[in-house]
Design a protein around this ligand. Structure first.
Ligand code: BGC
Length: 349
């Protein structure tokens, strides 16, 4: 079969090439690929800055935002041929740490977890892939191709769950939410915020293109410019840019008792005038929280599937701005100015 592979650590090593059929040891459920979404992590891996090949190999099959159709469910009784499924990304560490031992691999404590298409296990950018019982989510068939949005929805679903856990601190009635960044993660974070009944505002750099209207149509308010100019103090910030200056402005702007949830991964960039002690002072004097959120466990996949099924499907469709065949992976990994979510389409939908 054909797959998109990469040599982690080596820039521009992505190839669409012949690989062996997925080994039965990788799971009893056989699936044909329908589509795979691409994100910044894939771009990082393709540029040699992130990612790990499986032990004893140089190359990794890329792709962690999957959607596939079951060919053979094996002994899994909840599935039948033709069902649409999404594979779970992370596998628990082998020790296991206490969190992995209870199925919270997204909170792995020793860093020995593995991730499909990212860290030491093959991903989903192959014509066929396998998964183990317990590491998939069966999708509502009415979502069709939109099921490919599940994985990024799990990431923001977990972020929202962590924000909700902050209610245990004190009496807290959050209302105003600021989402920074109107990429797929920001859009889906806004969608869930609106589903929860919050007054959601989304900030991005652009003033043109599809983003302002998409934000409006999901029921949120669009802003461009600086966080400090939005004109209100958010109770919650879901940070989806990873840009240092945006993060610092979010810390300055969040209201007292507020929560900033960081989901973006960036690096470098100019430093602002705020020293660590200044940041700490802002947090202490206002009882504010900054928390980081990565990955998702089975519960988040389950809930995200419900959130997607409940969403306006026509709106979700507009998030997928480009569908590219797997042989054109190099173009797919180049982020265009109008791209929101680019999807590799295996033509099986
Ligand atoms: C994926 C997560 C993963 C993280 C770090 C993200 O792009 O969505 O599942 O845990 O990268 O590798």
């Amino acid at each position: 079969m054909k797959a998109v592979t990469v040599q982690p650590g080596v820039a521009d090593s992505v190839r669409f090439e012949e690989v062996p059929e997925p080994d039965e040891s990788t799971g009893s459920i056989l699936v044909e690929a329908v589509a795979v979404g691409l994100c910044g992590t894939d771009v990082e891996i393709a540029s040699g800055k992130y990612g790990w090949a499986p032990p004893g190999r140089d190359r990794l099959i890329l792709g962690h935002e999957s959607l596939g159709r079951v060919i053979d469910p094996g002994p899994e009784r909840s599935l039948k041929p033709g069902d649409l499924v999404v594979g779970i990304v992370r596998r628990p560490d082998p020790v296991p740490c206490p969190n992995c031992a209870v199925g919270e691999w997204d909170m792995c404590r020793n860093g020995q977890y593995t991730e499909r298409g990212i860290k030491e296990i093959d991903g989903f950018l192959s014509e066929r892939w396998r998964t183990e019982p317990g590491y998939f989510t069966k999708m509502d068939p009415s979502l069709g191709l939109l099921g490919v949005l599940l994985e990024p929805t799990t990431v923001v679903g977990k972020a929202w769950e962590l924000v909700g856990a902050m209610r245990a601190r004190a009496f807290w009635e959050p209302r105003l939410v600021l989402v920074t960044g109107a990429g797929p993660i920001g859009m889906l974070a806004a969608m869930i915020g609106v589903q929860h009944g919050f007054d959601v505002h989304v900030l991005d750099r652009v003033t043109e293109g599809a983003k302002p209207q998409l934000v409006h149509d999901v029921g949120a308010t669009y802003h461009s410019g600086a966080v400090t100019d939005v004109g209100f103090q958010p109770d919650v910030v879901i940070e989806c840019t990873g840009v240092g200056s945006v993060i610092v402005d979010a810390i300055r702007s969040v209201g007292s008792g507020g929560v900033i949830c960081l989901t973006g991964v960036g690096s470098g960039g100019p430093t602002s005038g705020l020293s660590p002690a200044d940041v700490a002072k802002e947090l202490v004097l206002q009882n504010n929280v900054i928390l980081g959120s990565v990955n998702a466990n089975r519960r988040h996949f389950y809930r995200a599937a419900e959130a997607l099924a409940a969403a306006d499907h026509a709106w979700l469709e507009r998030l997928i701005t480009r569908q590219v065949p797997p042989q054109d992976i190099a173009q797919a990994l180049k982020h265009g100015p109008d791209d929101i979510k680019v999807v590799v389409d295996f033509g099986a939908s």
